[in-house]
Design a protein around this ligand. Structure first.
Ligand SMILES: Cc1cc2nc3c(=O)[nH]c(=O)nc-3n(C[C@H](O)[C@H](O)[C@H](O)COP(=O)(O)OP(=O)(O)OC[C@H]3O[C@@H](n4cnc5c(N)ncnc54)[C@H](O)[C@@H]3O)c2cc1C
Length: 499
């Protein structure tokens, strides 16, 4: 194996997972990171005695972490904690609340009144989504594609029975099984986790209902999500990987077919044999490599996932009525979903999610207090560029939360941090503040997503949300596997035991 040195740009979960797989294969890895802490979107705020996970609060497909552990022949440096129940959904009518369980018996008892025969309907739905999952997982999700032909010939191997799903939305598919608005809305909430809505997300993603309710459920980590990042960084550092913080790559030097070095904001050059970019795979090509196919104008035409508006509160009181994961919906689900993407819905009447961070992770708040994380999917910066009203929007959400939970939260706030899409964009180089990167319509999947192998430079690769296979934590971990396969195929491996 001749080429041994790899430079990874970005220390998000995909960058760190790629680095772990590569050192196991005998490569020497160095990481440069724009910010002063590792983790990217999966980050941590420590303020006024409180701790908050800034981005992800739970994830499915935990077996992708098990696969990573097996690949590098090390135990995971964190402990998974399965969520039971999965989450609670609050409607804006007194007492109208549903607790969502993985256990079908318990789930059926929540819905029997509004959806007679729920159990049988859910079993039929999960059978169909399970078949879809197993028929596409290894073919489409966990596969590198070398050409459009290669992709097309793989797609046609998916059994024909799934074909109609290509032409339906998530909502349409769910509506084939369930009659009540409540069940349809709650089952299709998972499409918001993909940064879309049930009305614009293709029904192939109903397979996520299978991972949510059957295959795996949802997980958090003892001590909070940032334990994943801390554990991976510890492992990398004890194996000689250096992470250079406060280093943003802004330019490149090449000799035509190969990349020779990357240039940071201080004009320092970073040379290596191989480069793996964990910065957004579409934006990097456009902004740093000046590729016409990824010009701002062309990126503007793509479907991006919604932006996050996040509020982190330290509360001088315990809030037992709130569960660990809570969704707050209203009675206008379809209208709101249709309008929110393009900023045509009022954010003072927003739909939002609340995580009581200190429920599982007790060190996140001093005794008798609570750390709350509120997340609201909002239009990206193309549709709402001015966030000077962020305090006003946050106040409206907190007032709504107080009214609906019966706690006077406003009077109990002792720490408050608001992060608007502007800060999300600037901190992590997220296009238009889009929280989960490129969206997941049929034209932005598989080979049609920006490749994990550069079109021009033979020694340049990509990992993370906007390349294959998609967004979210498990997909980022799969993305590290796919890019590692590419590098191994081209440059070989010398298996090395990690300390
Ligand atoms: C608010 C929010 C909530 C979410 N909730 C969930 C959830 O509950 N469950 C779930 O599964 N997923 C969730 N996600 C999605 C999940 O966080 C992401 O899919 C995942 O963390 C992306 O990891 P990544 O490695 O691809 O990218 P990132 O985390 O963005 O990492 C990229 C890194 O590259 C660095 N970088 C960028 N440009 C440069 C440059 N030019 N030079 C040097 N460094 C650079 C960035 O600073 C960053 O550290 C959420 C995302 C957000 C924003």
């Amino acid at each position: 194996m001749e080429a041994r040195k790899v430079l990874v740009v970005g220390s998000g979960i995909a960058g760190l997972s790629t680095a772990l797989r590569l050192i196991r294969r005998g490569y020497e890895v160095e990481i440069v990171e724009k910010n002063s802490m590792a983790g990217g979107r999966m980050n941590l705020i420590e303020k006024d005695g409180f701790k908050f996970d800034t981005g992800p609060t739970f994830f499915s497909m935990s077996y992708e972490f098990a696969e990573l552990a097996d690949d590098i022949k090390k135990e995971l440096p964190f402990e998974l904690r399965e969520l039971d129940p999965l989450y609670t959904v609050w409607y804006d009518e007194p007492g109208k609340r549903y607790t969502i369980y993985k256990d079908i018996e318990k789930l059926a008892s929540e819905f029997n009144k509004v959806e007679p025969g729920f159990r049988e309907k859910m079993e039929a739905y999960l059978k169909s989504t399970g078949r879809l999952y197993y028929d596409t997982e290894s073919l489409i999700i966990k596969n590198n594609f070398d050409s459009l032909m290669d992709y097309a010939s793989t797609v046609v191997r998916v059994p024909m029975v799934h074909l109609p799903k290509l032409f339906r939305t998530f909502w349409k598919e769910v509506s084939r099984y369930f009659d009540s608005d409540e069940v349809r809305e709650i089952i299709s909430l998972v499409s918001f986790f993909l940064g879309g809505t049930p009305f614009d997300t293709p029904s192939v993603f109903t397979m996520l209902s299978f991972t949510e309710f059957v295959h795996d459920g949802y997980y958090n980590v003892n001590g909070g999500m940032y334990k994943i990042i801390e554990g991976f960084v510890r492992m990398l550092e004890s194996n000689g990987v250096k992470i250079h913080y406060n280093t943003e790559i802004i330019d490149i030097e090449s000799n035509g077919s190969a990349l020779q070095s990357l240039v940071d904001q201080n004009k320092k050059k970073w040379s290596s044999d191989i480069y793996v970019i964990n910065s957004d795979a579409a934006l990097f090509r456009g902004r740093i490599l000046n590729r016409g196919k990824y010009s701002e104008e062309k990126l503007d035409r793509k479907r991006w996932t919604m932006a996050p508006f996040s509020i982190y509160l330290g509360i001088n009181q315990k809030l037992p009525e709130l569960k660990m994961h809570n969704y707050f919906l209203r009675g206008n689900f379809k209208e709101y979903s249709d309008k929110i993407y393009k900023n045509q819905a009022s954010l003072e009447q927003a739909y939002y999610y609340v995580n009581v961070v200190s429920r599982l992770n007790v060190e996140a708040a001093p005794e008798g207090r609570e750390s709350l994380y509120i997340l609201c999917p909002v239009p990206d910066l193309r549709y709402k560029s001015d966030w000077s009203d962020k305090e006003k929007i946050a106040d409206a959400i907190i007032t709504d939360l107080s009214r609906r939970t019966g706690y006077n939260i406003n009077d109990k706030i002792i720490s408050k941090t608001i992060i608007s899409p502007v800060e999300w964009r600037d901190k992590f180089n997220l296009p238009w503040g889009s929280g989960l990167g490129l969206g997941h319509n049929m034209m932005q999947m598989g080979y049609l997503r920006p490749s994990n192998k550069d079109e021009k430079f033979e020694n340049m690769f990509y990992t993370g949300s906007s390349t294959l296979p998609g967004t979210g934590i498990p997909m980022a971990v799969i993305s590290s596997k796919l890019v590692t396969e590419r590098i191994q195929k081209k440059y070989g491996l010398v298996l090395t035991d990690l300390h």
